[in-house]
Design a protein around this ligand. Structure first.
Ligand code: ZN
Ligand code: ZN
Ligand code: ZN
Length: 151
């Protein structure tokens, strides 16, 4: 996303959150990272910039950003990555899915097929209230399969 930092800070303000230095620092880090990072990875990355932050604080900030769909958890790699969609869908902000390449570990966000119908069906059948879901597709990216063929 272009201007991710500006967008994320705007979204935080709109939701009534204060723009603390810590939140700003994490947002800037997310803005320039294309890989999913764990709170521990983030602490290490910030240390290199001479910025001390503890893991619990980082984790809380990530949870807030996740609530606003500004970051997503990537379960397969146990990390967080910024939302990369130009216009997050307000109606269904959590419905962003990931493609993960096993070879180069590239992570690409794809906008969700609407699976709210499936959620509805499960809720009705199981009497289970769903808050969110994660969907990740693991495989080989175009670039890597091209290389494989030409090796
Ligand atoms: Zn997203
Ligand atoms: Zn989804
Ligand atoms: Zn790949």
């Amino acid at each position: 996303m272009k201007n991710y930092s500006r967008y994320a800070i705007g979204a935080l303000k709109k939701a009534g959150y204060k723009i603390t230095q810590q939140r700003q620092t994490i947002i800037k880090l997310l803005a320039k990272t294309d890989k999913a990072l764990s709170p521990y990875d983030m602490r290490e990355a910030l240390k290199k910039q001479k910025y001390e932050a503890d893991v619990v604080t980082i984790y809380r900030i990530l949870e807030t950003l996740e609530k606003l769909s500004l970051v997503h958890k990537v379960l397969a790699v146990n990390g967080y990555i910024r939302c990369n969609t130009e216009k997050p869908d307000d109606k269904n902000p959590k419905c962003h899915h990931y493609l993960l390449c096993k070879k180069c570990h590239k992570i690409e966000e794809v906008e969700g097929e609407d699976i709210s119908k499936l959620e509805q069906k499960i809720e009705n059948e199981k009497k289970f209230h769903i808050n969110s879901h994660y969907l990740e597709f693991i495989g080989i990216c175009d670039n890597c399969s091209f290389k494989q063929k030409n090796d």
